[in-house]
Design a protein around this ligand. Structure first.
Ligand code: YNC
Ligand code: MG
Length: 388
């Protein structure tokens, strides 16, 4: 059934329900000298390239490959349109490896036709912190699909991860592979319902008019929580303490230090936004919320070309109720002209989704670990990890 995935050290479908298998690494690391030194073979017309993402030209090529060939919804109405600034941010966290930014070019024309990337991350699984790669942006040009290029790309990134003495990975995908550690769902909160309906992202509810729908999703002009403000660089230590403490309750979560928090959570225009609540009395940072910016191209609409979407990232409430905090996040997203606010049902998100008028999306997001077994599938609420 899965000719490639059956050969890989991942939880296999036939093992489901077998509680005698131990949790942890499936295969032991091999000595680095035994890791294959040469790249895997590509079909003869193609060549590997290590991408210099800081080059404007290379960044453009990756951007264009993804903008035209990356993930679409089931009905092919929308396609992710990660910005160049976003890609640079997503691919260059502290300690990143340039060798994990892997392109495939046509030898003769040098056209970039495929891409896969990894970044290093410390991921805690129960009480073990594991050095992992987060694999993302696997993309093969539409004209080269179903030729078994993806398995070669996955083996090549795996080889380059092994060369850095890292033996585990995590990734998410919309497709079911052996074997999800959790299956999550996206929820969508309309901010600009008229546009969302016009472009076919959402539909007018039963017995609803456009004006009743607009009224239903109306939000206050400004945030309500006292002390709610944008995160600044001086907040990094306090936010790190807050987030570390919060994430410690989940079964799978990143082990963020101050460098990670500065990279992933300090606001970056049109990439990531973070807000916190500073107590007006004690000046303590008690609550935090963040979202990243990922527009989608609208395919074949006369009036609109992009959907501006905010994606819930990491949120922590200790004093402000999570519902109120997220309502303030919706308000700032609306002020900044986002059309929709998306969130997965991970962490404590279930507690605000329905109440804040998010609706369930179609399609699931499956979370995976490579070369690390967990005994049984987790509930989304046991996940403290959001990948881009
Ligand atoms: C996928 N998304 O099952 P079997 S998510 C992993 N992730 O293998 P071919 C996938 N595997 O079943 P195509 C996959 N999609 O026979 C398909 N596969 O064992 C498997 N789409 O290869 C599939 N981006 O080349 C099958 O298929 C085999 O030409 C078939 O290429 C697939 O980034 C793809 O959705 C996805 O660009 C590249 O369809 C192509 O269809 C495409 O014949 C649009 O491949 C964009 C898209 C995927 C987004 C993502 C996470 C990727 C994770 C990869 C796995 C990493 C493992 C850990 C490595 C490091 C380890 C260490 C240490
Ligand atoms: Mg292919």
């Amino acid at each position: 059934r899965h000719k490639f995935w059956e050969t890989q050290p991942v939880g296999q479908f036939k093992e489901i329900g077998n509680t005698s298998l131990p949790e942890g690494p499936i295969e032991a690391p091999t000595p680095l000298s035994e890791v294959k030194q040469e790249p895997y073979n590509l079909p003869n017309l193609y060549e590997w390239v290590t991408c210099e993402i800081n080059s404007e030209e290379v960044c453009n090529e990756i951007y264009n490959l993804l903008a035209n060939n990356y993930v679409e919804d089931d009905e092919n109405m929308f396609r992710f349109n990660y910005s160049k600034e976003f890609l640079r941010w997503a691919l260059q966290p502290p300690g990143y490896f340039k060798s994990w930014h892997i392109g495939v070019r046509v030898k003769s024309s040098k056209k970039m036709v495929a891409f896969i990337s990894g970044i290093p991350a410390r991921i805690r699984v129960r009480d073990e912190v594991v050095n992992m790669a987060e694999i993302n942006f696997l993309c093969v040009h539409k004209k080269l699909r179903t030729k078994r290029l993806a398995p070669v790309m996955i083996k090549e990134v795996t080889r380059r991860v092994h060369l850095e003495n890292i033996w585990q990975a995590t990734y998410t995908a919309g497709v079911v592979l052996p074997t999800p550690i959790a299956t999550c769902q996206y929820w969508h909160r309309s901010l600009n319902p008229k546009k969302l309906i016009d472009v076919g992202f959402s539909r007018l509810g039963a017995r609803m008019t456009m004006s009743r729908t607009i009224k239903l999703y109306k939000l206050p002009e400004s945030t309500v929580t006292q002390g709610f403000r944008k995160m600044k660089i001086l907040d990094v230590p306090a936010v790190t303490r807050l987030i570390r403490n919060y994430l410690s309750q989940f079964v799978v979560a990143p082990d963020f230090d101050e460098h990670d928090v500065e990279h992933w959570l300090l606001p970056k225009e049109n990439v990531v936004d973070s807000y916190l609540v500073e107590s007006p009395e004690t000046h303590e940072v008690t609550d935090f919320c963040s979202f990243y910016t990922l527009p989608s191209s609208i395919l074949g609409n006369q009036n609109y070309s992009t959907l501006k979407a905010a994606y819930s990232f990491y949120n922590v409430s200790t004093k402000t109720p999570l519902l109120q905090l997220m309502n303030d996040a919706l308000i700032v997203a609306k002020q900044r002209d986002y059309d929709v606010f998306n969130a997965l049902d991970v962490m404590h998100n279930e507690t605000f989704l329905k109440e804040l008028k998010f609706g369930p999306g179609d399609g699931k997001l499956h979370y995976y670990l490579y070369n690390y077994r967990i005994r049984h599938a987790l509930n989304p609420s046991e996940l403290g990890l959001v990948l881009l």
